[in-house]
Design a protein around this ligand. Structure first.
Ligand SMILES: Nc1ncnc2c1ncn2[C@@H]1O[C@H](COP(=O)(O)OP(=O)(O)OP(=O)(O)O)[C@@H](O)[C@H]1O
Ligand SMILES: CC(C)(CO)[C@@H](O)C(=O)[O-]
Ligand code: BAL
Length: 636
């Protein structure tokens, strides 16, 4: 097999920017371009400009005439194109078949290989304008080449011929290679554009110009020296400045500037920067811990979060919701809130339709996709976060308010559970909720408690289940009923009640309920206390004592972020819990698997873990948890 391709007849299928430029480059070094396919006006113009005189043919004719076939079509259609051409018998033995998709090796060309063709994967690591400018930019540009060893020299020679620098990559690392390019190049654009939008919010008109010298120097530094070139507050260990940034971002984000995506990106990148600065010895462990804590206590994901991102708090939601409550409470005195509950009745601009009976609820048929938020009322910003996520995910939002006796194992707890329906409805009105279902116990369980129930099984007997016998059976039974009644497509649950969430997911899967279950991160007060309707029972002393719960789970999560193994995560949490004041009597503190709720193994765990805690604080029983994830899987 020769490593010099010789003079070849080149055909291009998919004469977009890359195809025309590469064919033109091959032509300029002596190959003949025998045909190109492509129907759009842009393509024809491009062929005219870069490949003058080359006939425009249909795909099969191009394949038939080519000794070197360039398949420069979008990644997603490549596999189908190759198998389609193979089925037509279009490939020829000895024909060089090249694709330029970054993410694939030659595996995607297997049908061509089976027909005797020689598959080569050649990906230029550059962007194309589709004009003659690209021809000079190709010179010296890196090209990833992947091919079977005997034909690899052909791929390398083709790249060298047009002035590129071949970089050989194995078949198995193409995905990683392409992810690296996309992460570096595409996300750099997103990041830069975010910085420009922040500057615009700060009143700087030409943010691009302001950023140019700084960003160019940063990029140069990073390309030459990697992380050693880092400057700024994280590597200086300046926690105060980081906190100030986070506060400023939270405020900007609430100002209607369209900046909701920025804070979560800042937090994610700052966390990565802390971890790398620690590994590289730029900051010590204590400073890294403080920085990670500051970053964990921010409004990073309140509005753009995905369901599984459970680390974050949404201080801004707290602020927004408390101001809504304040506004609503003010409104009560002028009659607004007290008119709302049953008076509105239309579900339109005057507020949600509030219904108390199953018949009324059933009469309100879905007018699109429907999201359901189930609550026991006494609403707080945690519930509001669920409602907002629901709004984003469906056309219609139904909120249920029902203090379900079936899930209470203590009569006193049931008796004293806070009930604030009027304020709840007014709050939900401010959120644009469509329907509120607030049934009585008699409406839900006519005559007696239900005979047929959902049984949670073993997963419902541990942790909360051990301390509240029957709780999860009662909870699942009412959730099942409420889902049947509300006819939701998606149901939202708080990460705060992690075991409840896991059990609902399990029920939906085990019983094939076909409902999407979405988790929403725990909303906390600024001092870390997880919001809970039961917090109203806490005295000032109890409330201060209760902070040890969030501190404990945070200490464990932080240990994992610092690369500590599971046993040390639990150790760090226990050490923090040891500072608990006398008001706190712990029921459990455990590291568990977030799906099964079984103990997380000391070593070799499969994924994220969950650190769960429950304690009696004064007369109130509270729970909290934190997702524990390791940046490096070898640590877990
Ligand atoms: N702080 C919070 N952040 C996010 N979601 C929450 C929070 N608190 C409760 N939720 C979620 O709201 C939904 C309704 O919960 P519920 O009405 O029991 O409120 P609660 O505050 O958890 O009450 P309590 O803790 O007193 O039982 C559940 O999915 C729950 O997980
Ligand atoms: C899901 C729920 C509304 C069922 O009563 C309750 O357990 C709650 O509020 O989390
Ligand atoms: N907050 C979950 C429901 C309960 O505690 O009963």
């Amino acid at each position: 097999m020769t490593s010099r391709p010789g003079r070849l007849g080149v055909g291009v299928v998919g004469a977009g920017r890359v195809g025309t430029v590469l064919a033109s480059a091959l032509r300029s070094v002596g190959h003949a371009v025998v045909g190109a396919s492509g129907g759009s006006e842009d393509t024809l113009e491009r062929i005219d400009a870069l490949l003058p005189g080359v006939p425009v043919l249909d795909v099969e004719a191009v394949v038939e005439r080519s000794e070197l076939l360039l398949l420069t079509v979008p990644d997603d259609v490549l596999a189908d194109l190759v198998s389609g051409l193979a089925a037509l018998g279009a490939f020829q033995p000895g024909q060089l078949v090249v694709h330029t998709a970054g993410r694939y090796g030659t595996g995607v060309l297997a049908p061509a290989r089976a027909a005797g063709a020689i598959p080569l994967a050649i990906h230029p690591a550059m962007t194309f304008t589709g004009t003659s400018l690209d021809l000079s930019r190709i010179v010296g540009a890196p090209f990833a080449v992947t091919a079977a060893a005997p034909v690899l020299p052909i791929a390398q020679a083709l790249v060298v011929e047009i002035g590129g620098e071949p970089v050989v990559l194995g078949e198995d690392v193409r995905g990683l290679y392409h992810a690296a390019l996309a992460h570096g190049a595409n996300h750099l654009v997103t990041l830069t554009a975010q910085a420009i939008r922040l500057l615009a919010a700060a009143g700087v008109e030409d943010g691009g110009q302001l950023l140019t010298p700084l960003l160019q120097a940063a990029l140069d530094g990073a390309l030459r020296g990697g992380e050693t070139s880092l400057t700024g507050p994280v590597v200086r260990g300046d926690v105060g400045t980081v906190r100030e940034h986070l506060a400023a971002l939270a405020e900007a984000d609430g100002g209607g500037h369209g900046l909701l995506d920025v804070a979560p990106t800042y937090v994610a990148l700052a966390r990565a920067t802390v971890q790398r600065a620690l590994v590289n010895g730029r900051i010590g462990e204590a400073r890294a811990g403080e920085l990670l804590d500051a970053l964990a206590a921010t409004p990073s994901a309140g509005h753009t979060t995905t369901a599984s991102d459970a680390h974050t708090t949404t201080a801004r939601d707290v602020a927004v919701a408390s101001s809504a409550v304040a506004g609503v409470a003010g409104g009560t005195s002028d009659g607004e809130a007290s008119d709302a509950p049953d008076g509105g009745g239309t579900g339109g601009g005057s507020g949600p339709l509030v219904v108390h009976s199953v018949a009324e609820l059933r009469a309100f048929r879905p007018r699109g996709t429907r999201a359901v938020v189930m609550t026991m009322g006494a609403l707080h910003a945690g519930h509001i976060a669920l409602v907002r996520e629901a709004r984003r995910r469906a056309d219609e939002v139904v909120v249920t308010i029902f203090v379900n006796p079936l899930q209470f194992s203590s009569a006193a707890d049931l008796e004293t559970y806070p009930r604030t329906l009027d304020t709840d409805v007014a709050l939900l009105r401010a959120e644009g909720v469509d329907v509120v279902f607030a049934p009585s116990v008699e409406e839900m369980y006519p005559g007696a408690q239900p005979q047929v129930r959902i049984v949670a099984g073993r997963m419902g007997e541990v942790l909360e289940g051990e301390h509240r016998p029957g709780h999860f059976d009662g909870m699942l039974t009412v959730v099942h009923k409420l889902l049947n009644l509300t006819a939701g497509d998606v149901a939202l649950f708080g990460q705060k009640d992690a075991q409840q969430l896991a059990l609902v997911r399990r029920m939906v899967a085990d019983l094939n309920m076909g409902i999407a279950v979405v988790a929403v991160p725990t909303v906390r007060d600024p001092d870390g206390l997880a919001l809970s309707s039961r917090n109203v029972h806490l005295s000032a002393t109890d409330r201060a004592a209760a902070l040890v719960l969030s501190r404990t789970v945070r200490a464990g999560a932080r240990a994992a972020e610092l690369g500590r193994p599971p046993a040390e995560v639990l150790e760090a949490a226990r050490a923090e819990l040891a500072s608990a004041p006398a008001e706190v009597r712990t029921d459990y503190l455990e590291l568990v698997d977030p799906v099964t709720m079984r103990p997380y193994p000391d070593a070799g765990g499969a994924g994220d873990a969950l650190l769960v805690i429950a304690a009696q604080v004064g007369t109130t029983r509270l729970i909290d948890n934190a997702v524990v994830s390791w940046a490096d899987p070898r640590d877990r």
